[in-house]
Design a protein around this ligand. Structure first.
Ligand code: SF4
Length: 339
């Protein structure tokens, strides 16, 4: 861990509001100091097709997370408060990383769980835009964000990719110690949709690869998402909101309630991404035995059928069980240091 951190005393960046209870070492519930820490900055091919395309999304994985979901799939960088993978970088370096990812061919800049660093991240994004940066910025987050934090990103973020994990406060309390999650996420997503009310798409501009069969490409790299709207399968999203829900074993009702709320509130102005890729992480069976298996095809089918019955037509659906640990990238500091 860096010796340069300034601590998070007084921090109220996220709904945990834990700034007055940070540890003696100056670290809050998010598990990281205030200095920017990232674990990987590289092309990422495992997002929805309209985000990854064939060239990949420029994903910057930030260290730390205020959610600490018991089933976290990225626990190397977010789960262990005392031993989180990450290197401290300056905000100027973060802007450089955006440009380097663009140079590598990224379709967009994908800020993965940046919540605990939002002031510095906003500074770096603004600097890049002032320098003429022309790729969309995407905020890939838990949905557990304060409205004022999202408001502060207006004009900086082009695409919001929040989770909506729980509609049931008891499930939210059990798996994320966040019984307020449903209400917090509803308000955060409302602000995201206010900023990006209309989805905009454009063809991928790497014409040298335009003949690649996207469905085949995604099958090979583990992401077999397909859009219900065939016409938009190969288009890249430039602006809008995509809301993800990861179905957990035994939690069909929770996911159905999420789908119902989102569709009844936003209709097809947002895209839903219904995910079945849950992978039990080692040791989870000790405290949460119900989460020690993968999601059954029949469970996922119930959620998808429900969405179709409701009338949802704008959704990504994983058309077979795709739970593979290969979805989890290697947090090896790729792209962190100047090249
Ligand atoms: S960002 Fe971290 S320190 Fe700040 S309120 Fe959230 S959990 Fe606490």
């Amino acid at each position: 861990m860096s010796e340069t951190f300034s601590g998070r005393q007084g921090c109220r960046l996220c709904p945990r509001n834990c700034g007055d209870k940070v540890s003696a070492s100056g670290i809050g519930i998010c598990g990281v100091p205030r200095d920017l820490m990232i674990a990987r900055a590289a092309l990422h091919f495992w997002e929805e097709p309209c985000i990854s395309g064939s060239r990949g999304s420029g994903a910057v994985f930030f260290s730390g997370c205020s959610m600490h979901c018991v089933f976290c799939q990225n626990s190397d960088i977010s789960g262990n408060l005392d031993d989180i993978t990450g290197k401290v970088i300056s905000r100027e370096r973060l802007t450089e990383i955006f440009w380097e990812l663009r140079e590598k061919g990224a379709n967009n800049i994908n800020l993965v769980t940046p919540d605990q660093y939002l002031p510095d991240v906003a500074w770096a994004v603004r600097k890049a835009k002032d320098e003429g940066f022309d790729l969309p910025f995407l905020m890939n987050c838990s949905g557990y964000e304060k409205v004022e934090s999202i408001k502060a990103l207006e004009g900086l973020i082009d695409i919001y990719l929040p989770d909506f994990k729980y509609m049931d406060p008891e499930v939210a309390a059990r798996y994320s110690s966040a019984p307020d999650y449903p209400e917090v996420a509803k308000a955060a997503i409302a602000e995201m949709v206010r900023q990006c009310p209309v989805q905009e798409f454009a063809p991928e501009t790497d014409f040298s690869k335009k003949n690649i069969d996207i469905s085949h490409e995604t099958e090979e790299n583990g992401s077999s998402c397909t859009s219900v709207d065939e016409d938009e399968r190969t288009a890249l999203i430039k602006k809008g909101v995509i809301v993800r829900n990861l179905l957990l074993p035994g939690n069909v009702m929770n996911s159905r309630e999420v789908v119902k709320y989102l569709y009844n509130t936003y209709g097809d102005s947002i895209t839903l991404s219904l995910m079945s890729q849950y992978t039990p992480m080692p040791g989870i069976e000790k405290r949460f035995p119900e989460l020690s298996r993968r999601v059954r095809v029949s469970e996922y089918r119930k959620v998808v059928d429900y969405a179709i019955r409701l009338g949802v037509t704008n959704a990504f659906i994983q058309d077979r069980e795709v739970a593979k640990e290969s979805f989890i990238p290697s947090f090896n500091y790729e792209g962190v240091e100047r090249q």
